[in-house]
Design a protein around this ligand. Structure first.
Ligand code: MG
Length: 205
């Protein structure tokens, strides 16, 4: 099995008068998270975890904070970019797990809805998404929301046909046989089998 893992982290400060966006949801809270985009700390951490899993850089390299195009942008855009990079690299999500660290609001009551939303954005099942939350005990960081995320990804299997053909072709001679068979069946060209050596040269010491 060809699997890889990615890790992502993000943090944003709370700011009055800004809608609070976490996990693609708007939560009822007097403050939101300040940021050039919508400040969705959870989606940013997942985006970096996915990009990291295929060594495709980080969110800032694709979406520089100073670029006016991403002002107040929906962070689902960033997630889509990470999904494209994942697909281009030939991988798909096995599961994503996250931990939010924030003093308020309580995430527990909305965690189910948030998991469903993130699963929808990533095109996976809800049981492939973990969202956990804790308060920043002893950190003196009640004015900040942080998020850690890990993503496990696996290589997308080749189509069955290609897989069986590549399993058959193990050396140059077998490749020639396959090509000759194809030529023979398509163009009626007679097969010209090379005479195989009667011994295995690799066994001569
Ligand atoms: Mg961020």
């Amino acid at each position: 099995m060809d699997i890889r893992i990615g890790f992502g982290f993000d943090s944003h400060a709370f700011e009055p008068g800004v809608p609070l966006r976490i996990g693609g949801l708007t939560l009822h809270h007097p403050e939101g998270l300040a940021g050039h985009s919508d400040g969705d700390v959870l989606l940013h951490a997942i985006t970096d975890a996915l990009l990291g899993a295929v060594a495709a850089g980080d969110i800032g390299s694709f979406f520089p904070p100073g670029d006016p195009r991403w002002k107040d942008a929906d962070s689902a855009i960033f997630l889509n970019l990470a999904l494209e990079e994942l697909q281009n690299a030939g991988y798909r999500i096995v599961n994503v797990d996250t931990t939010l660290i924030l003093a308020a609001p309580k995430i527990g009551p909305v965690a189910g809805e948030m998991r469903a939303r993130v699963a929808d954005l990533l095109g996976v099942d809800i049981d492939q998404i973990g969202i956990k939350a804790k308060t920043p005990e002893g950190l003196n960081l009640d004015h900040i929301a942080q998020c850690h995320a890990v993503a496990l990804v696996e290589r997308v299997p080749e189509p069955d046909e290609l897989k069986s053909m590549s399993a058959v072709i193990e050396n140059q001679r077998q490749l020639e046989d396959v090509v000759e068979d194809l030529l023979s069946s398509v163009h009626g060209v007679p097969k010209k089998r090379a005479i195989a050596p009667v011994y295995d040269t690799e066994d001569i010491t």
